[in-house]
Design a protein around this ligand. Structure first.
Ligand SMILES: [Zn+2]
Length: 74
């Protein structure tokens, strides 16, 4: 899996610490960490509307203003 568009500087990692330990509401640090961990690391296949498999080997991430990962697309 090739991941394009990863931020070279992760601003949130430098200035955010976890503040939600023991609390119900998730802090930004944990939210951003979770999103980053959700980026696929292995190739995967998707089915198109005709039922054909397509191997996805490359994705591009969408980066927010804190250097956080908002999402990704192939
Ligand atoms: Zn936290």
């Amino acid at each position: 899996m090739k991941v394009n568009g990863l931020p070279t500087k992760c601003r949130w990692k430098e200035c955010l610490k976890c503040t939600c330990e023991g609390q119900l509401k998730e802090c930004l640090h944990c939210k951003y960490t979770k999103r980053e961990n959700s980026i696929p690391k292995e190739n995967f296949t998707v089915k198109d509307k005709d039922g054909n498999d397509h191997l996805i080997t490359e994705i591009t991430v969408i980066v927010g203003e804190d250097g956080d990962i908002i999402g990704w697309h192939n």
